[in-house]
Design a protein around this ligand. Sequence first.
Ligand SMILES: Nc1ncnc2c1ncn2[C@@H]1O[C@H](COP(=O)(O)OP(=O)(O)OP(=O)(O)O)[C@@H](O)[C@H]1O
Ligand SMILES: [Mg+2]
Length: 262
Amino acid sequence: MSETVSNEIIGTKNPTETVKPVTSKGSAPAFFSCWDMHSYYGESYIVQGVSFDIRQGEVLALLGRNGAGKTTTLRSIARMDSPSVSHGELWLDHKPLHNMSSHEASQSGVALVPEDRRIIAGLTVEENLVLAQIAPPIGWSIERIYEHFPRLAERRNQMGTTLSGGEQQMLAVARALARDIKLLLLDEPYEGLAPVIVHEIASIVDSIKKQGITTIIVEQNAVAALRLADRAIILDMGTIVFDGTAQEVMDNEELRHEYLAI
Ligand SMILES: Nc1ncnc2c1ncn2[C@@H]1O[C@H](COP(=O)(O)OP(=O)(O)OP(=O)(O)O)[C@@H](O)[C@H]1O
Ligand SMILES: [Mg+2]
């Protein structure tokens, strides 16, 4: 708590520098690595030395109780101004994110879909998508997005903010895919949605997974997240208490009771 906190990540690495990332468990090298990350909101020490990595195309469920530090971890990876990350390294596809601004991280392929979805008021569905492609790197074409999100195709001329909660979530995910992304960060995509819509969003995330997009999904609905995920990590009070396969979490009743209430 008494440590000096700075907005700069400690370390001397240059953002353009390229080195091989650490090797994750198994044979394939990590596509994304988070090493010993510590994050603060002002004086509040939240993420307390988190390390994990993800292979390309994997879906990782980031789970834990309310206030465990899940959103803070995603915001730290996306290099938002708040929280400040005082220490740690973040590598995506051989590039260091840890000295980047949120804009630079976004240009490098990090896409955060926040819990509140941030649909732009006064724009139609299509205008929201077109705006995402105003500058490179451009990802999926609008046509390809509509193939994957038929509900958005039907509502292309409707104001984005008048969509239902589930449709707004679809639009937020679609807007991320309109950019050429390497790492998709989904913060509670099922929050406040009816089970039938959760099912629909889950099948969209599953089709995104089949396209090989590396994804971190934070969800209170742990069962739904684990169904999609290859791997899971569980956070508790800003530290990782479990890192393994989604199946291992499902098979571990004690772990589920203690940290996930399922
Ligand atoms: N902007 C902020 N300023 C100060 N403290 C914050 C801020 N945002 C979150 N916190 C605190 O940081 C801790 C972790 O919050 P975080 O939002 O990362 O948790 P979470 O795991 O996403 O929880 P939830 O499941 O409720 O979304 C909590 O104690 C929270 O009160
Ligand atoms: Mg959260």
